[in-house]
Design a protein around this ligand. Sequence first.
Ligand code: ADP
Ligand code: MG
Length: 257
Amino acid sequence: MGKKKLIIHDVNKSFVVNGQSVDVLKDINLEIEEGEFVVIVGHSGCGKSTLLKMIAGLEKNDTGILSVDGKEVDGPGMDRGMIFQEHRLFPWMSIEKNVQLGLKGLSKEEKRKLSDQYLELVKLSEFKKAYPSQLSGGMSQRAAIARSLVSQPEILLLDEPFGALDALTKIELQEEMLKIRERFHNTMIMVTHDIEEAVFLADRIVVMSARPGRIKDVIKVELGKYRDRGSTDFTHYKKKIFDYFFEEKTVTPEYNI
Ligand SMILES: Nc1ncnc2c1ncn2[C@@H]1O[C@H](COP(=O)(O)OP(=O)(O)O)[C@@H](O)[C@H]1O
Ligand SMILES: [Mg+2]
């Protein structure tokens, strides 16, 4: 067993909507080890983004405790970086300047060195002087990844980061994610709608129920480092997760995967 990086203990969360309290997350208990890649799947509205925001310190839990390295989360911190579905780059700044936003208290030269290094990592060196509007969706998302990584967060929180990309770009970026993880050993927590993406990337997959979101199951994916999307074992995991969703909708599964 590795070192515990994140502990979520008895967390509940509700929001008040039109004067009524709505339960969003119920009895969330989860421990994540340092360097682990955990992927969260669940229906839209089951509280996945809310959970990530609580880990990021952008949203407060009602009950229970979230702690990173044994320290209770109390607001955002440089140890946690977040990547969203929309890249959220500033349109009026060059890609290079956007990436440097993740850096504080360094000289211009140091900032330039680091942004160069991370832009090279995501294969955007040639575009450092370009503006976000001049980049494709996949390139913008690469820039957003570089911006998050440059401050060297120990935990990277990814909220459907490839959800808006075309299928091939998505596959390319999924492979990049594995390389990044191998190089930096960050702890990764990713939310996705894409079951194949989950099986391709995760050490463990957290399956959530519809709202209020509860953890239905945590599936350990034992498929090794590089995964063949067409293999029988891969398909087995995909089906297992699909079945959870069909079970919830109480429809007869008439599908072939
Ligand atoms: N700030 C908020 N105020 C009120 N309700 C919210 C707020 N944020 C999220 N919700 C509600 O909480 C539920 C879960 O939202 P979210 O975490 O975004 O779900 P998911 O990411 O799984 O689709 C939704 O019903 C959403 O409308
Ligand atoms: Mg969401």
